[in-house]
Design a protein around this ligand. Sequence first.
Ligand code: C5P
Length: 244
Amino acid sequence: GSMVEKLYEGKAKILYPTEDEEILLTYFKDDATAFNAQKRGQIRGKGEINCAISAALFEWLESLGIPTHYIDRPERDRMRVKAVKILPIEVVVRNIAAGSLCKQTGLPEGKILPYPLVEFYLKNDALGDPLLTRDRLAILELATPQQLEQIEAMALKINQHLREFFERCGITLVDFKLEFGLDSGGQLLLADEISPDTCRLWDKAETDPKARVMDKDRFRRDLGEVESAYQRVQQRVLEQIAQL
Ligand code: C5P
């Protein structure tokens, strides 16, 4: 029981205020949801694992000049972050066809895309997070045109860095989702998390399309061994970070 009233509770994280209004505390839960929360469950140890992976990747991206909301990780499942106003946009970057891209276009899973595909989805559970067109984005005025341009450029740069990083981990970065926020000064920061919950990660050592899955698709598709897959991602990411 925390004495502090939570600010916000999402599907995988809880946000708490701190004494400093510029700083928030994020608690990473073991709860897992999929298909717009129609499927619910728990992944044992996920909170700590996703917090550790996200912290390591944010810190590393920050060192490469990508501004993030990350401050530090005071406990294994807690992250201190800069308070931001989250833009209600889910930015998805894809290198290889999978998931909804295959479902909606018929592209075969595993097809290498000719260039990284950046997509914008409306972050709205009630509407089922619909894919947005450029014009819908402009009309909704969720961000200024300059901010949207900056978001796309940042997403592509983050993709380049993460792809290379995961390659060195022996992992193929298939696709991932990012969220961005504005700090009190209006600066655009990478926010939310980067973890096996928000990325598709395929083990390069495995060719079998089920065996290679190291991310939340194990939960979504009932492939089993979800915890151990998340643990293996954590181990490889932290090992690689230590070697940088
Ligand atoms: O489902 P879809 O193929 O569009 O997902 C693309 C990527 O974005 C996947 O890595 C998925 O885990 C992530 N994603 C997410 N949160 C959502 C939707 C997708 O993290 N609400």
